[in-house]
Write a protein of this length. Structure first.
Length: 165
């Protein structure tokens, strides 16, 4: 069993939002790895970062992604940093991986003050700029389909993807 599509991209790309609409359009289930991680940890992501640290969050994330990739057949959204793990990038080979791109200005306005995203809590704009530059090659490495999201509605993006899949 494998997901119909796996959505990757930086925070604010719209993985959760577009993924939900895409799953509805394809009439399959939607799953968000961030939600799986919170269920395993028994607390929200900001609390995992505060209580246990980012390394622990990443370990939970690697396990949650590996499990979902082998047991779930709907539309799967990863967290923006999941592709930092070489193990996860390797597991993504052979999957339909959709990279939702977003430029800094749209990402900044979408994540707002970064609430619920502990990495962005201090300085969302500067951190997003760093994350976008650091991760772009990794998203490009795993992607099989790349779709731009700037200035577009989630509905429009989901409809384009539903047509492609
Ligand atoms: N194409 C879009 N245009 C405008 N706002 C968007 C778009 N996609 C997502 N959003 C908004 O941006 C925020 C972040 O979206 P989300 O789906 O959580 O992104 P991700 O899961 O990639 O971090 C949400 O408030 C969402 O409503
Ligand atoms: O970029 C990241 O490292 C993270 C992105 C978040 O998911 P979204 O990309 O859905 O915001 C979430 O997994 C966590 O806060 C870490
Ligand atoms: Mg998300």
């Amino acid at each position: 069993m494998k997901p119909r599509a796996v959505l990757v991209g930086p925070p604010g790309a719209g993985k959760t939002t577009v993924g939900t609409l895409l799953a509805a359009a394809l009439d399959v289930q939607f799953r968000d790895v961030d939600v799986d991680i919170e269920a395993v940890a028994g607390k929200p992501i900001p609390e995992i970062f505060i209580d246990d640290g980012e390394d622990h969050f990443r370990a939970l994330e690697r396990a949650a992604v590996a499990s979902a990739l082998s047991t779930f057949d709907g539309v799967l959204a990863l967290g923006g940093g999941a592709i930092l793990a070489a193990e996860t990038r390797e597991l993504l080979a052979g999957h339909t991986v959709v990279y939702l791109t977003v430029e800094l200005s749209d990402a900044v306005s979408r994540v707002g003050l970064g609430s619920g995203r502990p990495l962005l809590a201090l300085n969302p704009r500067a951190t997003l700029k760093y994350l976008l530059d650091q991760r772009r090659p990794l998203y490009e490495q795993v992607a099989t389909i790349t779709v731009g999201t700037d200035g577009r509605t989630p509905e429009d993006i989901a409809a384009e993807l539903a047509g492609k899949l």
